[in-house]
Design a protein around this ligand. Structure first.
Ligand code: SAM
Length: 266
């Protein structure tokens, strides 16, 4: 079958799921990645099941760079690019920040946050922590791919003591969706992305932020920065937790106008 007919078939079979421009984009991604017709047809079948194209091609772009993703890791989101951008801006603004920063990312997933921060702060010692051994393996392969040395640790953050002292920057995009919000989550997210990357365990959707605030109290150096991505519905509650440990805090909206980040200086 020629490329034009294959593209028409994409249009016909995906039009109930996606807009025309989305189908064009998906076709470009799939045909740019696979060459054989059988592979493209198999990808089309997976798209029909609502599987995210990033898992089909095994890659996702974040902050202008390509990263390996598998169903063991969350597909990095544009809001998290904004979090990284905020971190880089705030690091540049802090006059007492030396080159040799210690940066810790909690819930590192595919490793996108520590890898981009390390690329922009090459003298920093950067840590990435995750409970999932599969995620840590993906994060390590991404660090290798981008030639960055990151200290990855596989541990359950909620049940462990904090592994690094005197931290300059504590950053995290932890699981923050509550079980009550389950019915609002789209099929392609719920059916394919790791549950424990999306949902906070148990009844308290702020469980990670409580621990992050406590660890900021004990392990972030005075003048250090904490930056977290948050549940848009819990902006003020999350801010309150960091108000208790920081001298200055801000609740910041994402580009869609939702409360999405809390930034604090201790
Ligand atoms: C929302 S995802 C963020 C992934 C990545 N940082 C990103 O922004 O694309 C949350 C991550 O936290 C990890 N996680 C969940 N529970 C954890 C725990 N108890 N300790 C450490 N990491 C945990 C998940 O495996 C997942 O990779």
């Amino acid at each position: 079958m020629d490329a034009f007919s294959l593209q028409l078939e994409f249009d016909r079979r995906l039009q109930h799921l996606y807009s025309q421009s989305e189908i064009r984009f998906l076709y470009q991604q799939i045909s740019g990645h696979f060459t054989r017709e059988s592979e493209i047809r198999n990808a089309l079948l997976r798209l029909e099941q609502s599987e995210p194209y990033q898992y089909i091609i095994g890659e996702s772009t974040f902050y202008g760079k390509d990263f390996v993703v598998t169903p063991s890791v969350l597909i990095p989101r544009p809001e998290t690019e904004e979090l990284v951008e905020l971190a880089l801006q705030r690091i540049a603004l802090e006059k007492d920040f030396k080159e040799h920063l210690t940066i810790v990312d909690i819930g590192t997933g595919s490793g996108v946050i520590p890898i981009i921060l390390k690329i922009h702060q090459p003298h920093a010692v950067v840590w990435g922590i995750d409970v999932s051994p599969e995620a840590i393996e993906i994060a390590k392969s991404n660090a290798q791919r981008h030639l960055q040395k990151i200290e990855f640790v596989c541990m359950d953050y909620l049940r462990s003591s904090f592994p690094v002292q005197n931290v300059d920057v504590l950053i995290s995009n932890p699981p923050y969706i509550s079980e009550e919000e389950l019915q609002n989550i789209e099929r392609n997210v719920l059916g394919f992305e790791p549950y424990n990357a999306l949902f906070a365990p148990g009844p308290d959707p702020l469980v990670f932020y409580r621990k992050l605030a406590k660890d900021a109290q004990s392990h972030l150096r005075s003048g250090g920065l904490v930056l977290v991505e948050i549940n848009q519905k819990l902006g003020n509650e999350t801010l309150d937790l960091f108000n208790k440990v920081c001298t200055r805090t801000e609740l910041i909206q994402d580009l869609s106008g939702n409360d999405r980040f809390v930034v604090g200086i201790k």
